[in-house]
Design a binder for this molecule. Sequence first.
Ligand SMILES: *Cc1c(COP(=O)(O)O)cnc(C)c1O
Length: 223
Amino acid sequence: MFPVKDKLHSVLDTLPRQVRLVAISKYHPADYIMAAYEEGQRVFGESHEQEIREKHATLPKDIEWHFIGHLQTNKVKYIVPYITMIEAVDSLKLLREIDKQAAKVGRTVKALLELHIAEESTKYGLSLDDCRQLLAEGEWRQMTHVQLCGLMMMASNTDDTQQIAREFDTAAAFFDEVKAQYFPDDDAFCERSWGMSDDYHIAIAHRSTMVRIGTAIFGPRVY
Ligand SMILES: *Cc1c(COP(=O)(O)O)cnc(C)c1O
């Protein structure tokens, strides 16, 4: 088995106190998750509805699950009964559906708005202008069962660390903009979810509050 325990601790040892780790366990078996759980890790992220459903059913109930993948609106109802945070909200339609389904089960689900800043055209997420428009339209203010907690993004998949740093800076400046305009008195709007195995040190230097790390803890994924 991959040395999950050692890898987890070497990641945790480098994280400043204010940065939370979301251990990305997609495609990894339950015993890998348990190896991290036994070391005290409680926050795990998955990106497929079927897979997270099976893991949630069998693993300890005090795990805080984050959904980090692209979520189709017709899948929302399956995850809202137990999900803590949906990190990759990229449309008003999805936000509405989360609110609606969460209301049905009497829960409030935390959500992050996913920004598309990276140069790859294939990645999901809102452009900065689309995100501005979503917030300006204001429908989110009436939503009682979804709580906007911040922003999430992925940097470009490149070796150019300066470019990665610029993208994180863009996201951090955008966070300040929307925080000041829409959430100045809302302490819950505080998360900047950026940084993965290859770039989390850069992300931390650029004001990440939450890193999503898979490979560096669990090893390469077998698809
Ligand atoms: C898979 C994934 C991660 C983790 O990537 P690693 O390179 O394995 O750390 C982080 N964020 C998202 C959105 C992912 O899909």
